[in-house]
Design a protein around this ligand. Structure first.
Ligand SMILES: [Zn+2]
Length: 558
């Protein structure tokens, strides 16, 4: 009989397996789950060298599957000036000046996490405002949602875009009446000029901005620096209990670096990296996605998925809407693909056996994405494709049943919703029409139609810590008005971070549940969630993470 490498006992296991779905103890051997059951039954697998960990009555769960992150930029931003709690120019100025003193050699002072009221409520963020905050050095600040970068005049000059530049469809260097850039750079095609001047040369965001590899190729020093960033990101994921991540930007470069990290024994989580297809890419680039899938297909690092952006975000008016925004009566935003182009990509990718994941926030982008999936099904027949839609922030009632009909996986982020408590709801009548609110960020409404629901943070858009996201889902802020109650039950919310994540990646037979034979990926929490009030679930944390039978994070319990 196989002897356990590790036994965890006295736990309150939530297994998502058969029966009651509960157990006391679990044994791990050779990277897999060996046994699950009572303390006594599991102890049968104990040998002389078995490490026994006492879970002390705390919740034990399958390892978290974070189904939408950006590892490279997340890892990089761990060390950057975070302005997410700053909402007035005075605070920003003092923090940026302090940062400037700490970073005498940085070519650009780069900050992250900005909300749209960074310089004060109702005050636009532009180069003049940022010049007052930091007049003498190039300074740029990324929006929390990563769809807008704001730059001061020296940063625009350094990037060579003060007088504008050509940018791809869907991106915009906003120009002022004086003929100069205002400092507001909408979407990656506009802000990549500034990123290229930063210390990391923008390599961290290449998988997002273009999906291409660095040109010229990264030097050995740059590769080493980039690997250190990815390692920091992986350590951070392990700390929050993540054992698998689904990256949402991608290029060959990131996969190369991650596979080197794997060979060096430092890959602390399993990860999938997609091929990022842009609206200006010729359809034949799908062959590169197939090549990516052929080259990377292990249980630890794999591809096989396509990522596309169908629109931007509501806050900047770049989300594609079926009718004009209340506060921008001339604008609906614009889908980034024409229907013909998008449908052709979906048909071809689906035929090639690739999974598709599409960023779609506005109701027009969601509809366009559903149309593409329907076109793929019409052309190729119904297959088990598990195509995903990321975000689904605004949904037209006619499209609600189509998610289920087309077997779409809904990938949503509880902390992005105004009821998540992190982002304030936009002022009345500003961004959403009243009749759009009932189906905005409608996680529970969508779940109730039978759609597989997966949760994530979209790190670094919001912190990657899993329990705060689950806390937001089970104890949402009450918004009133036409906002509907999207409260999830705890079991569903946990499943959306475990078993459903495994389903979304076609790995439900390998992970996402605590049953014998599955990968030894699990977490021990700081609390017994069954005895914690729902409003306090978000305060729980991870005490121990095991991935592939190896302890990847230990807060000191073992
Ligand atoms: Zn994202």
């Amino acid at each position: 009989m196989t002897v356990a490498d590790i036994i965890i006992e006295n736990g309150r296991l939530i297994t998502f397996g058969g029966g009651t779905g509960r157990a006391e103890a679990i044994a791990l051997a050779e990277g897999h789950i060996l046994a699950v059951g009572t303390n006594a039954a599991v102890r049968e697998t104990k040998g002389p060298d078995t490490r026994v960990i006492d879970a002390q009555g705390k919740t034990v769960l399958p390892g978290f599957i974070e189904s939408h992150i950006h590892l490279f930029s997340g890892g990089l931003e761990l060390a950057m000036l975070d302005l997410s709690t700053s909402h007035d120019a005075e605070t920003v100025a003092s923090r940026v000046r302090e940062y400037s003193a700490q970073q005498p050699d940085a070519p650009v002072l780069y900050a992250i996490g900005a909300h749209y009221d960074l310089l004060g409520a109702g005050r636009p963020i532009d180069r003049h405002g940022l010049d007052r905050v930091m007049p003498d050095r190039p300074f740029a600040v990324m929006a929390a949602d990563h769809h807008t970068l704001w730059a001061n005049t020296p940063a625009l000059e350094l990037a060579g875009i003060l007088h504008g530049a050509t940018v791809p469809e869907g991106s915009e260097i906003v120009m002022g009446a004086d003929g100069l850039a205002t400092g507001e750079l909408l979407e990656a095609g506009a802000y990549e000029y500034v990123l290229a001047t930063t210390a990391s040369g923008g390599r961290d965001l290449l998988g997002m901005t273009t999906g291409n590899d660095p040109v010229p190729s990264a030097t050995p020093e740059q590769r080493a620096a980039d690997k250190a960033i990815l390692r920091a990101g992986l350590r951070h994921l392990a700390k929050t209990g993540v054992t698998t991540f689904h990256n949402m930007d991608g290029n060959f470069y990131q996969l190369e670096l991650l596979s080197e990290i794997e060979a060096e024994g430092d890959l602390l989580c399993r990860g999938q990296v997609p091929f990022h297809f842009k609206n200006y890419d010729p359809i034949d680039r799908l062959d590169e996605a197939a090549e990516m899938q052929r080259r990377y297909n292990s249980d630890w690092l794999w591809s096989g998925r396509l990522k596309l952006f169908h629109d931007g975000v509501v806050e900047s008016g770049t989300a594609a809407m079926l009718r004009p925004y209340p506060n921008w009566p001339d604008s609906t935003g614009a889908p980034l693909f024409t229907p013909e182009q998008f449908n052709e990509i979906c048909v071809r990718a689906d035929e090639m056996g690739l999974q598709i994941s599409v960023h779609a926030i506005g109701d027009a982008a969601v509809r366009g994405t559903l149309d593409g999936y329907a076109a793929a099904r019409a052309a190729n027949g119904a297959r088990d494709s598990r195509h995903r839609i990321e975000h689904i922030e605004v949904l037209h009632p006619d499209d609600l049943p189509r998610l289920r009909e087309l077997d779409v996986v809904a990938s949503m982020q509880p902390l992005h919703a105004p009821w998540g408590g992190l982002f304030a709801p936009s002022d009345e009548g500003q961004i959403l029409h009243e009749d759009q609110k009932p189906l905005a960020y409608a996680c529970q409404t969508i779940r109730e139609t039978g759609v597989p629901m997966i949760f994530s943070s979209d790190w670094p858009v919001v912190p990657v810590e899993v329990l705060p996201s689950i806390g937001a889902a089970v104890a949402p802020k009450h918004l009133g008005g036409n906002w509907t109650d999207q409260r999830q039950n705890l079991r569903d919310a946990l499943e959306s971070y475990t078993a459903m994540g495994a389903y979304a990646e076609f790995n439900e037979s390998k992970k996402g549940r605590l049953v014998p034979g599955m990968f030894a990926d699990l977490v021990i929490l700081s609390d017994d969630l069954d005895s914690v009030a729902l409003k306090d679930v978000g305060k729980a944390s991870v005490q121990l993470t095991i991935c592939g039978g190896r302890v990847t994070y230990d807060a000191g319990v073992a």
